[in-house]
Design a binder for this molecule. Structure first.
Ligand code: AMP
Ligand code: ZN
Length: 116
């Protein structure tokens, strides 16, 4: 997708503070963090949302779930974190490239903005 902001991050066309990268995924720090640790983990492949997943994505999504606690621990959220997939307009999704929010770090921090 040429006009997708997260595809542009994957291609290195716009800057991001990259926390992790492999053949299938990239994780970067959210530009507006809701907590001390706020990563976005995305597949490099453009998939618009959870609602667009197909059987062919089963392994990819399994890998994504396995990566989450590893990245959380490596980036300062080893004592616990939230994961969030906003899906669709009414789900509050703003960027239509599937992404997992990984949110945590030492409390106190508010989570009020996470439900917007
Ligand atoms: P969502 O509501 O789940 O679609 O959230 C999209 C998230 O992407 C928001 O938390 C934004 O702060 C974040 N975001 C948007 N543009 C960028 C960017 N260029 N770099 C990092 N994070 C971004
Ligand atoms: Zn994309």
């Amino acid at each position: 997708m040429t006009d997708c902001i997260f595809c542009k991050i994957v291609r290195g066309e716009i800057p991001a503070k990259v926390a992790y990268e492999d053949d299938d995924f990239i994780a970067f720090h959210d530009i507006a963090p809701a907590a001390p640790v706020h990563l976005l983990l995305i597949p490099k492949q453009h998939i618009a949302s959870l609602a667009d997943l197909r059987e062919e994505h089963r392994d990819l999504m399994g890998k994504m779930l396995l990566l989450a606690p590893k990245l959380a621990a490596e980036h300062g959220a080893g004592n616990g974190f939230k994961t969030l997939f906003n899906t669709g307009k009414d789900g509050g999704q703003v960027v239509f490239h599937l992404h997992m929010h990984i949110i945590g770090g030492p409390r106190p921090w508010t989570n009020a903005q996470l439900i917007g």
